[in-house]
Design a protein around this ligand. Structure first.
Ligand SMILES: [Zn+2]
Length: 304
């Protein structure tokens, strides 16, 4: 399919979805909207994007210029550039630098931060705009599902780690990435942030939630390195404490809010969903490392 045919199909699917929604045909609209999203993601999946910070900053600049050329609000380009400069300084842009984006579902107008009552282009109520959260993890789980997930994940991780030696758990893979030990440390660190923040939500009104570079802690080791199993046990113990607090607190506490430096105002419900969903994204990594060792075991047996 040629590029122009592709983009015509894409625009047609989105236009058809809007038309169908106006007719109240939501079940058909969801299909064309999902198909349009699938087309975009499939095409993007084929692109090889650079990973280095300087290269990414250059790509963001390219995106900002392209959006300006297409007449999209100048605010998005300047905010993208703000993000790129934070990236170049090796830090995460905070919410005051990169406010939440909203898109008018009717006309596509893009607005950032505090919204006017109505869309300046088409007059649609701004409450009907689509919010783009920084990460879907914030909205992934309702409280009952989040609790179930938080209970289940340590059990599944334990299952994946079972039978592996400390040497295997600590072995850095050939690609220089994280060992299983680093992933377990990371899960423990993230759980530590959740424990800390939960206490803030429970004890303070609208607490300030500092942004944490949890990712960078995973390869740090204290003077006497504990075994991976010990790290896992402290993760499990912290998790049990968190669950005990969440299970007994009154339901309305889930809607308490905090001021997250990076994500803006978030509820405890969103914060818990975030951590429950975050852990799942590490499963493929854990499975890949585990398979590497279990494949080795099978090979050794076969060669006997
Ligand atoms: Zn509009």
């Amino acid at each position: 399919m040629g590029e122009s045919e592709w983009s015509q199909t894409h625009i047609f699917l989105v236009a058809l979805a809007s038309r169908l929604e106006n007719e109240g045909q939501y079940n058909i609209a969801k299909l064309t909207r999902a198909a349009a999203d699938s087309l975009s993601r499939r095409a993007a999946y084929q692109l090889d994007m650079p990973g280095g910070k300087a290269e990414l900053a250059a790509q963001i600049e390219q995106a900002a210029s392209a959006l300006s050329a297409l007449g999209v609000t100048a605010e998005i380009s300047s905010t993208l550039r703000q993000g790129a400069s934070a990236l170049s300084e090796n830090r995460l842009p905070l919410i005051y630098e990169t406010p939440h984006p909203y898109v008018c579902r009717t006309c596509g107008h893009l607005a950032l931060g505090e919204l006017a009552e109505k869309c300046p282009v088409c007059g649609a109520w701004s409450a009907t705009f689509q919010w783009f959260p920084p990460v879907y993890w914030l909205e992934a789980f309702d409280p009952p599902a989040a609790l179930a997930r938080l209970r289940q994940t340590p059990l599944e991780v334990a299952g994946l780690l079972s039978g592996l030696s400390e040497e295997q758990l600590s072995q850095t893979p050939e690609d220089g990435g994280w060992a299983l030990r680093n992933i377990v440390s990371h899960l423990r660190d993230a759980q530590g942030v959740l424990s800390f923040r939960l206490d803030l939500f429970l004890n303070e009104e609208d607490p300030a939630l500092e942004s944490k570079a949890v990712f960078e802690w995973a390869t740090r080791e204290e003077a006497r390195a504990p075994s991976t199993l010990e790290i896992f046990d402290s993760y499990k113990a912290l998790r049990a404490e968190t669950l005990a607090k969440l299970e007994v607190m009154p339901c309305d506490m889930w809607w308490r809010t905090g001021r997250h430096e990076e994500f803006g105002r978030i509820s405890l419900r969103q914060q818990v969903s975030y951590f429950a969903a975050h852990e799942l994204t590490h499963f493929p990594q854990i499975e890949k490392l585990r398979d590497h060792f279990t494949d080795d075991m099978v090979q050794t047996e076969e060669s006997r």
